[in-house]
Design a protein around this ligand. Structure first.
Ligand code: KDG
Length: 315
């Protein structure tokens, strides 16, 4: 296994048409969850990845399970929980590629994840653990699960990658800040957007955000700048901007997860950090070109063609 991740994946109901949700009559049933988006991104690029979670022992849970497994992700660590449902979320398309989300996930099976569920002994060769700041927002036991998994992975010499993934519908900035700061400092590689950087550091400047988050165990910070690309800085003094890719945005959700998948893919392929960041930017761009949180993630050949010049850089 190359990468292990854990967290909630929900059934996602995507509207058949744009507009206010009360005027939409049809929805398509899909799946979505930050960690499975990342997993699918990695699997489509040919990496070996496992996702650990709890799902309701219901039709929605089986739908999520089969879909993730169908993408080539190891789901052997997924637990079906008979006492809680699979989480759901509905999207609302606001126009211009903007999307609003509505969660029905309180008390879901995944919110009952507990530390023993993420058993890294099952994956002794894994190189990376990917953790998202969504999991600690779900419940106290999920927060403990995230903390324990990060510590345990670091203790085994794995590289821990952390995306703060602030979700204002799950918790407030004041609730999130100390917990996300702690998890970031316990991780080797931290991937904030500018908005998350501002929550964590009070600054909207990518260079200041990166400098301030280089703390504790953190070896590198990569600040996502949307279509503009990304800024990276390492503890040993490397830093720089990497250009983004220009695409027509259809559905903005999932770009950050694609970015994380691209970055880990580059590092697994032993690319130097700036090249891994460039792969991450390309993945983020491709992810927003179609409807769905993971569906537009490319296979390796498509990614290589895109990076070879099909698209135009913005810098
Ligand atoms: O990053 C995209 C995810 O946020 C989305 O797929 C669903 O995991 C999700 C969440 O909690 O919003």
């Amino acid at each position: 296994m190359d990468v292990i991740t854990f967290g909630e994946t929900m059934v996602n109901f995507a509207p058949g048409t744009a507009g206010p949700i009360e005027t939409v009559h049809t929805f398509e049933k899909r799946i979505a969850g930050s960690e499975t988006n990342v997993s699918v991104g990695l699997a489509r690029l040919g990496h070996r990845v496992a996702w650990v979670s709890r799902l309701g022992d219901d039709g929605f849970g089986r739908f999520v399970y089969k879909t993730v497994r169908g993408e080539g992700v190891d789901v052997s660590g997924v637990i079906f929980d008979p006492d809680a449902p699979t989480g759901l979320y509905f999207k609302e398309y606001l126009g211009g590629g903007r999307t609003q989300v509505h969660y029905y996930r309180r008390g879901s099976a995944a919110s009952r994840l507990r530390p023993g569920d993420v058993d890294l002994d099952r994956f002794p060769q894994a190189r990376f653990l990917f953790a998202s700041g969504i999991t600690p927002a779900l419940s106290e036991s999920c927060r403990q699960t995230a903390e324990r998994a990060i510590e345990s992975a670091a203790g085994r010499g794995m590289t821990v990658v952390f995306d703060p993934n602030m979700r204002r519908k799950l918790w407030s900035e004041d609730e999130a800040r100390p917990i996300l700061r702690r998890l970031a400092a316990a991780s080797h590689l931290v991937l904030p957007g500018i908005d998350e950087g501002e929550i964590l550091t009070g600054s909207t400047d990518a260079e200041r955000i990166a400098a301030e988050l280089l703390q504790g165990r953190t070896q590198a910070v990569v600040v996502k700048l949307g279509p503009e690309g990304a800024y990276y800085r390492t503890v040993d003094g490397q830093s720089g901007y990497v250009a983004g890719f220009r695409v027509d945005q259809v559905d903005e959700i999932g770009a950050g997860d694609a970015f994380a998948a691209g970055l880990m893919s580059g590092l697994l392929d032993d690319l130097p950090l700036p090249e891994a960041v460039r792969r991450a930017c390309a993945m983020g761009a491709l992810a927003v070109t179609g409807i769905g949180d993971y569906e537009s993630l490319p296979y390796r050949r498509d990614l290589e063609a895109f990076m070879a010049g099909v698209a135009q850089a913005t810098r």
